[in-house]
Design a protein around this ligand. Structure first.
Ligand code: MN
Length: 353
């Protein structure tokens, strides 16, 4: 049974930000922001929440109304087809003066309507809150990443020569679902041999595993709304080329160094520089073609990003990946990825038992 998070704490966090921006209410249209504030999952574009001093008014599809009356008796729930228009009408009726909205998350058309109605464009306030995970979120993220890690342990010995990439993906996904995952956090990336040299490889239902070639698995699940992300690589077969071992060890060294550098107060661009520096020094810099990592939460890629162009500073409660890689076209690729939580002392790995 799912325990409800401390929603009051999250709402208070939002109210504080609203006060700082001198607005009296806030219109929430993004479905993940809605999930964060309410623990109720709406699909995108289905619902508009008006958060105001008297509580929450929810404009949603008729099909949710009955269950919301039951599960959220303190809300005002309105079944509506023109959700945004009805919410704007409500704002007028309640005579709320200054109502904010998250300009970055609106489509042009709806954003323009809100602007025309006199609403105030604000930066992504709820995204700010979502960057620093609370205890309940950490619990779900720990569980999600543990499931992903255990899927690796379960699947690795079951991979046999002749299996296709999609068969491996299916094994992983079946295991994770059996452990309570609701789905994958992105389409599982399973690569055999030279496919591992392509970071964007699309898992194939025809490519069969040969003896003596590289394997790369990058995947994750969603557990109670929260994503996991892990990448593991190894050589399938006994004749491991010296170059593969050297590259694997180098990527691992870069991964360890990046993880060691994680702590509150450190700039995320320095995490990227640390991992990248090791790979560049060894002469493989041009084969490390992506950023070192990204934040993870309800979304698989969110702030803060461990990349050279990021201005973010790590804070307690951030969740980030460290995932250096080296891709040798036509040969193989190695990427090693863990997901970690930033703690007072540094970080703790979530992608483990
Ligand atoms: Mn990742």
């Amino acid at each position: 049974m799912k325990k409800q998070p401390n929603l009051q704490l999250r709402l208070e966090g939002l109210y504080q930000l609203l006060q700082q921006h001198r607005v009296d209410a806030f219109l929430v249209t993004n479905n993940l922001d809605q999930y964060y504030l309410t623990d109720f999952f709406f699909y995108p574009e289905e619902t508009v929440l008006l958060i105001h001093s008297k509580g929450i008014s929810c404009f949603t599809r008729d099909l949710y109304v009955a269950s919301l009356h039951r599960e959220r008796p303190d809300w005002e729930v309105i079944g509506s087809i023109n959700r945004l228009e009805d919410a704007l009408e409500k704002i007028r009726a309640l005579r709320i003066k200054r109502v904010g909205f998250d300009a970055a998350k609106e489509f042009y058309f709806s954003g323009k309507k809100m602007q025309q109605a006199g609403l105030v464009e604000l930066p992504s306030l709820i995204s700010q809150l979502r960057r620093e995970k609370d205890q309940d979120e950490l619990k779900r993220l720990r569980a999600s990443n543990k499931i992903a890690y255990r899927a690796y342990e379960y699947v690795r010995p079951r991979i046999k020569t002749g299996m296709t990439e999609t068969q491996v993906a299916a094994l992983l996904e079946q295991f994770m679902r059996d452990q309570g995952a609701s789905g994958t956090s992105f389409a599982s990336i399973i690569c055999f041999g030279e496919n591992a040299a392509n970071p964007h490889h699309e898992t194939s239902n025809t490519r069969k595993l040969k003896n003596n070639e590289a394997i790369l698995m990058d995947y994750g699940c969603i557990y109670q709304g929260y994503c996991s992300d892990i990448t593991r690589c190894w050589w399938h077969g006994k004749n491991v080329p010296a170059e593969y071992t050297a590259v694997w060890n180098l990527v691992d060294k870069a991964r360890r160094a990046g993880i060691k550098a994680l702590k509150p107060g450190v700039a995320t661009k320095d995490i990227d520089a640390t991992s990248r520096g090791i790979i560049t020094q060894a002469g493989y810099g041009e084969y490390f073609t992506h950023r070192t990592g990204h934040g993870v939460g309800m979304e698989i890629h969110e702030e803060p990003f461990n990349s050279a162009d990021s201005k973010a500073i790590l804070r307690v409660g951030n969740i980030v990946t460290v995932e250096p890689g080296i891709y040798l076209p036509g040969k193989f690729g190695v990427r090693l990825e863990d997901t970690l939580a930033i703690t007072e002392k540094g970080s703790t790995i979530l992608t483990r038992k």
